[in-house]
Design a protein around this ligand. Sequence first.
Ligand code: A2P
Length: 333
Amino acid sequence: MKNYKLAIVGATGVVGQMVLKVLEEKKLPISEYVLFASSKSAGKKVSFMNKEYEVQELKEDSFDSHIDFAIFSAGGDTAKKYAPIAAEKGTIVIDNSNAFRMDKDVPLVVPEVNPEEIKKHHNIISNPNCSTIQAVACLKPLDDKYNIKRIVYSTYQAVSGAGSKGIHDLENGIINYLTKENYKLEKFNYPIFNNCIPHIDVFLENGYTKEEQKMINETRKILKKPDLKITATTVRVPVFNSHSESINIEFEKSFDLNELKQTLKDSPSLKIIDDISNNKYPLATSATGHDDVLIGRIRRDYSVISGVNLWVVADNIRKGAASNAVQILEHLI
Ligand code: A2P
């Protein structure tokens, strides 16, 4: 076994915990792990790979003794401060945050879509936004074949995407509904239980949310189509885990619907669940716990010359974050 050393930054968070789980499943040639979080978690014990690890506080000197790779899942501010320090010390950072995704020198990678970008890194590689990852996994094979002209995204995003505070808001909302026990919102502006909130991340001057703009910009970067016409509405829904997306696509070329379905079937990591006569279509509860991107409700958009509608569901914490980061790590190794 090679002597790779891996740091997991944000090891106590929702994504960090999933990174540990995916690493346990994958059994990569890594002999040493270091778990970092904020000062609040320093000294906390985490069991991982049949061993007990003590969480360390992330500090400026944390990367002084050589660490080969680091998976960061600790938010944009932590990444902005510590990822350049790690990169400077020779650690290859895979960052789950928004901090570097649109930087020219930082590859933005979904391994099934653009693995060739990985080797262009300068010690920092970005994991795309969770809602972008599952979308581009479906879009890439279709773009290769039919040349995408325009995309309309509408998302239905789970609270786990907002971290542990988002999960608490839904849990506490359910308890409040049943017991009338008062609670304080930790993450959202409004109760997420019994609501759909059309507001993820901050509002921008153009009236879009940052989440919507991320989907637009990241899709263009990953598909290498800087002028692709895209619009998006991203909505937080009272679902614990797995994001659902309606994706409307218009193509330059014409297509045969059966052939389009076959193209999706033939793509790695995509799974078609599309049997409306038996009421079978992708659900958040079916996607949770797996890395597959589920696609269903595949139907022609009759309002344009060449268009299709897809319903796309994936585990946002696994494929949308942790598993994608670990897949990038596998490629690096
Ligand atoms: P901690 O648990 O000590 O706050 P989530 O969004 O699911 O709550 O996870 C966020 C993760 O990022 C947690 O592991 C959290 O650690 C970590 N984190 C937040 N701020 C920092 C920081 N300044 N330095 C290191 N880790 C941080």
